[in-house]
Design a binder for this molecule. Sequence first.
Ligand SMILES: Cc1cc2nc3c(=O)[nH]c(=O)nc-3n(C[C@H](O)[C@H](O)[C@H](O)COP(=O)(O)O)c2cc1C
Length: 358
Amino acid sequence: MTLYSRVRPLAFKLPAETAHDLGKRTLRAAQSTRPTRAALSYAYGYDHPALEVDLFGETFPNPVGVAAGFDKNAEMTHALAALGFGFVEIGTVTPYPQEGNDRPRLFRLREDRGMINRMGFNGQGMERVKERLEEDGTPGVPLGVNVGKMNSSTADEAIEDYRRVFDRLSPFADYVVVNVSCPNTPEEFDESSPEHLERIFETLAAENDADVPILVKIGPDSPEESILELVDIVRELGVDGIVATNTSTTREGLESPEREEWGGLSGKPIADRSTAVIRAIAEHTDGELPIVGVGGVDSAESAYEKIRAGASLVQLYTGFIYGGPSTAKRINRGLAALLQRDGFSSVEDAVGADLELE
Ligand SMILES: Cc1cc2nc3c(=O)[nH]c(=O)nc-3n(C[C@H](O)[C@H](O)[C@H](O)COP(=O)(O)O)c2cc1C
């Protein structure tokens, strides 16, 4: 029995966001001294040469990262790296601090091993995040920065929002994600219209002297045809990769009473849909556009499925809540065994192994 399997029933008695805040404080404290960081790393780290991935000009020690939303304000990047994650994506970061929606806004769907959230881009804003990144230094694994607009912004203001956050935080980023797929923020205009995407990309390209890779995060709910159209558009605009997928507004096949809450569904219930989106994009782009796969990853098998469907890296949020601090180690150890079983010498060899490419 692990410590987390004893702590979890207690944590799960608390409202989900209170438990998250408590976990955040614990991780922030744990990363504050070198010995505690080293102890975490000793207990939860897992290294294996087959797990290394070279992408975006960086070496990822393993392909299992923390998805956006878990560390919105860059408060625990070092602790997450010490827990064995191969990269951390902070954010979504907005230009100014923002409260988000009223609480409660985060719900566990225990019977479904999922969650519903309608946080609504709560965060401390880019200046505070920048200070923290300066104070804390690099976590020793690649860092992604997920950028967003203020909830109240018009289409024109949104462009300026992205520009400002990119300008402030891209110097710290190994890649930047433009998040145009949050289902919980007010929809003042169509964030993923070709015109809007074009303006975002032109604006960021003009700011991007350091050539930081720019990715777009997409949702799982549009029909495949529209998703692939969007991929074609951003590819033409020079996107460096796709993060697939964000949370879903669908509610099929759920058993937990909390399924009635509005917001974005995550975790196991969206795993297959997210993998199908990854596969469709990878096939459509002949495996040439890097994909970060996210949605319902909670085990080595579910991570491996996404990799074989075309994801070069995977991320998780909900699986970490259910699985606890040993999640990354468990997945990475299992992945190394699956690669060996199937005769792959590295993760990179397994990327897209299930695809039918012409
Ligand atoms: C509480 C919560 C907050 C999230 N906040 C963000 C966010 O700020 N930006 C973002 O791009 N995705 C956000 N996400 C979506 C996750 O990054 C991820 O795409 C989604 O949860 C699917 O992965 P999972 O099934 O592993 O949780 C959030 C998810 C959750 C559960």
